[in-house]
Design a protein around this ligand. Sequence first.
Ligand SMILES: *Cc1c(COP(=O)(O)O)cnc(C)c1O
Length: 379
Amino acid sequence: MSNIDLPLQPNGYKVQWSYLPKQFGPNSIDEILGLLRDFVPTGDLTLGKPVREFEERFAELIGTKHAIGVNSGTDAIRLSLKAVGVGPGDEVITTANTFIATVGAIAENYARPVFVDCTDNFCMDVSHVEAAITERTKAIVPVHLAGQMTDMPALMEIAKKHDLPVVEDSCQCILGSIDGRSAGGYGRTGCFSLHPLKNLNVWGDGGIIVTNEDDLATHLRRLRNHGLADRDRVVTMGGNSRLDSLHAVIGNWLIDQVHFITDTRIDNAAVLDRGLGKLPQITIPERFDNRKLVYHLYIVFAERRDELVAYCKDKGVEVKVHYPIPVYQQEGLRPYGYTAGDFPVTDRHARTMISFPAHEHLTEDQLLYMIQTVADFYG
Ligand SMILES: *Cc1c(COP(=O)(O)O)cnc(C)c1O
């Protein structure tokens, strides 16, 4: 039994999933409110200076030429697909295990999601992509789920061969990379979310698109703002998908910490890998020497998963499952004609994976307590 004594967090757990109460807690809240107090009276509240500054800093972070702030990660994907020419009747290839937002962004362009299974690192099994390509395929959306990376060098070769645009769903993978090249920097665009529970977050919904193409960047800037080329000229049809300036103020405050956040998650994951990896009932997904995995989610495979989840929660460890029902099996996706069993790796993951907190506000004792709790469970 564990002899580590931990205080209860505000939500009743000893190891809490959300870092938000600490991130925006007593140490920082006054500083941020001070920034907002200075900013609001400027009246520069839509597409203002903080948005431009955040876009510049974000592009630099990822290593792309442009970044375009939008109002969510979902809209980042939706607008990217529209901008690369996806429309009614087209097919878009993505993964069967992704978060629903990826699929919704495809559907909202009146296109059909075509799923392929994932590998044991939770990302698209690139070896299945060519078999999924048809005459109607218009784009490929790899998802760097959990802060892992899709095999982008291999996928880009396939995309090039078939002349298909790639839109990266990098919402869970800020600063992830393969051989030093960042997630989001491979495709025609890379799409990021600033949702409160993403690795770089704001005080609500926000997103950002990166690209190296000048024309595409200009087009995306118009799509997010009513198709306006300037104050008086509408040159294409768009809507309102702007990143709020208030959120950009928060983003500019937090972006200084994003390397620290990432590196701490990586360190925490290494501690968990070492501790949990010793248990024969736990399988750690493959780690790759040439990939930087950023552990938006720290996921392992566990025997007797459901019992372990209940045990951990009972002992005060706020674990989660991402996701218990694979998206391709969800009721809302029935019209696409998929049935349970179509994607066996995704299905196996839904039964066996468990996510542990790995955020930058965890203490060493909390990490050890999680490992000890799992060890206790298996006896
Ligand atoms: C969070 C997320 C999105 C959508 O981001 P929002 O900002 O919540 O709209 C898309 N794809 C994946 C994989 C995500 O995790």
